[in-house]
Design a protein around this ligand. Structure first.
Ligand SMILES: Nc1nc(=O)c(N)c(NC[C@H](O)[C@H](O)[C@H](O)COP(=O)(O)O)[nH]1
Ligand SMILES: [Zn+2]
Length: 190
């Protein structure tokens, strides 16, 4: 339900707030949740936030690496943990990347790599589109759809998500993003 999604999205914001501000990426939080008929409220399988693990790591990347580590398996084997009947959803405060200026493997590819027949991550829910600071016109949703993965953009918490994401960026970038959102009728004027 939407309340459930907003509950997990607000948890991704709390996680993003743990990320050290940097002007060269966004502060993002991620929660991987398994839903089953016996547990419709969901069970959190893993969490992550930007730079949580050593190196230039993304929130979704950290959540996936930690999931594999917690079960002492490799990332390509994650599908064994995510059977199709456990409808696994990845919540991320910011739209997952499909291109990284660093050239590192994008998170959309890491999410797609969890798929094996019907096992793996079935759905991605995010609370804000990627700002055009680094990558313009993100193709992430197209890539997810082409891989048969559902995605949902819930903009209810977008203003707070972007404020947290762009902490550490200089003011003009943040204001440019706010202008753009207002033009799109997203964020109401402060
Ligand atoms: N969804 C998402 N989760 C993150 O944890 C994160 N940091 C970004 N950020 C997206 C942004 O496009 C990239 O941070 C830049 O493209 C720079 O690329 P690197 O991060 O240095 O690989 N996006
Ligand atoms: Zn990423």
């Amino acid at each position: 339900s939407k309340e459930t999604s907003l509950k997990y999205l607000s948890q991704t914001i709390d996680l993003a707030k743990k990320s050290p501000p940097k002007s060269t990426n966004f502060r993002v939080g991620c929660v991987i949740v398994s839903f089953s008929s016996v547990n419709p409220a969901g069970t959190i399988l893993s969490t992550g936030y930007t730079l949580e693990l050593p190196g230039n790591t993304h929130a979704e990347q950290c959540a996936l690496t930690k999931l594999a580590d917690n079960f002492a398996i490799t990332e390509p084997e994650i599908f064994t943990l995510l059977p199709s009947e456990a409808h696994t959803t990845l919540y991320t405060s910011l739209e997952p990347c499909n291109l990284r200026l660093s050239g590192n493997l994008p998170c959309v590819q890491r999410i797609i790599a969890t798929r094996h027949n019907d096992s793996g991550i079935q759905k991605v829910v995010f609370g804000a589109k990627e700002p055009s600071t680094f990558v313009k016109d993100s193709q992430s949703c197209k890539a997810l759809t082409e891989a048969g993965i559902e995605w949902e953009y819930l903009p209810d918490l977008e203003e707070e998500i972007l404020k947290v994401a762009m902490e550490g960026h200089d003011k003009k970038d943040v204001e440019a993003e706010q202008q753009q959102k207002q033009q799109q009728g997203g964020i109401q004027p402060r």
